[in-house]
Write a new protein. Structure first.
Length: 49
């Protein structure tokens, strides 16, 4: 298999794995609701979007 074909296979495999992980994310929990409206400021606070 050529290097290009190996890289494409690796990229496709990585994309499939990413999709699987994204599908496992709980978007209905309380933490998900908070993260939908604000982000962590890395200083103990939240930044409201």
């Amino acid at each position: 298999m050529s290097t290009v074909a190996q890289n494409q296979t690796s990229s496709v495999g990585s994309l499939v794995e990413l999709i699987k992980v994204l599908q496992e994310i709980d978007t209905s929990g309380p933490k998900a609701e908070i993260n939908e409206q604000s982000i962590d400021d890395n200083n103990g606070g939240r930044i409201i979007l």
